[in-house]
Ligand binder design. Sequence first.
Ligand code: HEM
Length: 456
Amino acid sequence: MTSATSVPVRELPAVRREDRGVPFLGRAFAYAKDPVALFQRQWEHYGPVAPLPILGDRWVMLLGPDACQAALTNRDKAFANGPAWTRLVGPFFHRGLMLLDFEEHHLHRRIMQEAFTRPRLEGYAAGMHPAIERGLATWPDTDPAYRTYPALKQLTLDVAADIFMGGAEDSTPQEMEQVNRAFIACVQSASALVRKDLPFTRWGRGHRGREVLERWLRHYLPSRRARVTDDLFSQLCHIETEDGERFSDDDVVNHMIFLMMAAHDTSTITLSTMMQYLGQHPEWQERCRGESDALSARTSDRPTLTELDSLTSLDLVMRECLRLRAPVPVVVRRAVKDVVVEGVRIPAGTFVTVAAQFSHLMPELWTDPTAFDPERFSPERREDKSHRFAWEPFGGGVHKCLGMFFAGMEVTAVMHHLLRSYEWSVDPSYVAPLDNRSLPFPKDGQPVDLRRRAVR
Ligand code: HEM
């Protein structure tokens, strides 16, 4: 963060007339239409600290790795998460870890960390394979336009039911579908224009969704408290720090709702982006499949966490896909006191978007930034080292994604099974039509030409 004494401090520039957008909505439409074009325009006209009128509030957009670093590392404790995320996603992820701040966040994160240690991840990895195999068995043998996005969403939900819930043994497929819809309702509330609990509104659906999730989780709480199993729910019920601190029932429910939301869409988006690029780059698909086939020949069809780590080409592809299409393109904060970033004063009360996706595409940081080139992450090139915050799909600072390794493991495990079971192709000229109203997903379901492999 720039100190007010070292650099002359400027006030935030006024919003130009042509950047005011639609009355009240401000630039919300421009963001939904093409966030990258909006980032670029803001950067060109205002630089790294750009004013942004949105939904009647005063927002500032931070662009470029230095400005993002200032907000994420948050040295002066000037930025808070709770008030900003709550403004966006409302009460639906109430008291999830990402929405807590400062001392309270530190305490909860210390407890939750215990559920993400390496030995625990090994347990989750072992538990994932059956759900992935069951899910992929329902995919067709061949389909020239298989809509992979909804299929992957269903698959990650099934994996989550096992790994997060320990099987959701009392829930029928219809109830699981209702739970899926409840999550979607909560996530989509972020783009609600009417922010009141009224019938037929996105906000209202978010409220109903939260109620469904709470009821569903509270039903399972006693059985998960009663015994320790390998699933995340049971772990949250039992973990404690060395000082004996543990979660209350309410904490467990609140954290579970947030965790399932944090894990579900982000992993699905990463997987569908990987399927798109691997479908458009058969040489990379073959290279990744070669490693997966070799691994299975050496070990078993259900690799351990350490064995999954050896799929290095898949790891390069995943990093590149997270760069090109960050599942969380921006994170948000609210200034709780006046603060200076890159020489510009941001007044207390201002909402802030930290635009990671823009850094991922800056020509100053990456060669040919829009090209699919996974080798840029190879040990010889390591373009992501051009700046500590050049590549930040998982955020940074004290709120950096706690599920980062879990996500890598889940995505690698699903892709490993997919590469072993299927071949697919995607038209090289295909550009995913993204819905950017909440997290970016392909509106057309992302059709691919899918064929089950004859011999493995
Ligand atoms: C590719 C998949 C994922 C991406 C791109 C992603 C991205 C992010 C980002 C950008 C943040 C920071 C938010 C902020 O600074 O305000 C975050 C926070 C978080 N994520 Fe993830 N995430 C992914 C998967 C997961 C998974 C699988 C889990 C859990 C199993 C998870 C759990 C969390 C938690 C608990 C936080 C809050 C951390 C805190 O506030 O201390 N994420 N994630």
